[in-house]
Design a protein. Sequence first.
Length: 130
Amino acid sequence: MRDAPTTQEQCTGTTKAGQRCRARALPGSPFCVSHDPSKVTQLAAWRRKGGYASSNKARAKKHLPADPLSNEQLHAWLGIVFRGVIAGRIEPGVGTASSTLAKTMLELFRAIDLESRIAELERRVADAGS
């Protein structure tokens, strides 16, 4: 366990409870990183970044491949999400959102396939008419 800082190393800031901060002061400063007025902007950025890293979106992004998913891959991912919801590892709202997104992706796959087929038929008709 870390030794308590000496009075000289201890932050001179005050906690919300009115107690003296027990953290170590930064080198060359009487304050720790949380109380140092020159670190306010950096501290806010670190907190935002930390909050983002723990968001559902960021956690999901770490697990998903960067390339578009095939129908088979989409089905496999939905299976993983489904099992996670049933096991209590994934919140039901995340499962619902995943299902909604997968449905939209499937509709896009179908639309792209239909457009491709129509373009091929139009090409064949144009070739036959020439």
